[in-house]
Design a protein around this ligand. Sequence first.
Ligand SMILES: *Cc1c(COP(=O)(O)O)cnc(C)c1O
Length: 390
Amino acid sequence: MITAVMPTYARADIAFERGEGAYLFGNDGRRYLDFGSGIAVTALGHCHPHLVKALTDQAQKVWHTSNLYRIPAGEKLAERLVKNSFADTVFFTNSGAEANECAIKTTRKYHHDTGHPERYRIITTGGAFHGRTLATIAAGRQEKHLKGFDPIVDGFDQVAFGNLNELRAAITKETAGILVEPIQGEGGIRPATLDYLRQLRKVADEFGVLLIFDEVQCGMGRTGKLFAHEWAGIAPDVMALAKGLGSGFPLGACLATEKAAVGMTAGTHGSTFGGNPLAMAVANAVLDVMLADGFLPRVERTGKLLWDKLGAVVKKHPKVFAELRGAALMLGLKCVVPAGDMVDKLRANGLLTVSAGDNVVRVLPPLIVDEAQVNDGVAIIDRVASAWFN
Ligand SMILES: *Cc1c(COP(=O)(O)O)cnc(C)c1O
């Protein structure tokens, strides 16, 4: 008999009753160090007092009004995102997939409204993940996500991640944009080189197509800068955000330059829930913390510490781990042993991580993780690796 909750997930048999900072407390009575952050979502850890206060204060005023009316906290959040990014304008969504949908629509509409309706195709990269809607599974083009959901939404082409020759060759008169994750998340923590990101900007400019970055996972401070592409010193035309933006409250955003968003006028796009007062209150509180002096440099420093310590563990256990990759607090342990088994064993030992493509274990601690917790997490990984073949 089918379960009441549609059985689309393979869940671990544990539930959590409470969270505090980098810890989750299970219904098994145990405490877990959370280096998964609900898949890079709870950027400020669990029950951050500033976020709890923002949410509960707002909960007593007004939850939802719809986008038929002005939402001052949304105007404030959009202004802050604009001020701290390349963008001039923001559309709020409820998820990462919807943020990408808005990015795709913005890109198509830009060409439509600037005299090139024939430009509608978006080039994506192998190993990409952009969400589970019909358009975003077509964009990601992973067989396991597409199978059984034909017909595939038209308008997406794919080239190898990191390969500029293939990219140039794939651009046609119908190409509207290039959609790339600066660090692939679900694909297995595969960072683009900074040079590749810079060349993407050049190619996009040369061919008059828009550059779209999907920073749903790598954005919002995870790499030690607010957005991962900042490391390359270039900017996209359009960007999708979600995950860390609400730090646990469902929220996404599509950011764009004024030029790219030229076609996104009243009535062209919408969302009933997107940017509602509860979400906006929480995200403004998230930005209060992330934009405070010293927060992002601390993420970078903690990331370096984690990199050094995990790197040593990887070296020590070459039969268990093949490679460490990623940036700051978005790291991937490419495994020799099955990554899914590693995630299970780590959890049994009190550490939560997330598996990804390419046989990788994702290490995604909350950005507020401290040195002692980094040491504890790495010690668990070392211990599990040491005992692997016993
Ligand atoms: C998680 C993720 C998405 C999809 O976000 P949802 O909120 O699950 O729709 C899209 N792109 C990237 C890079 C992601 O990591």
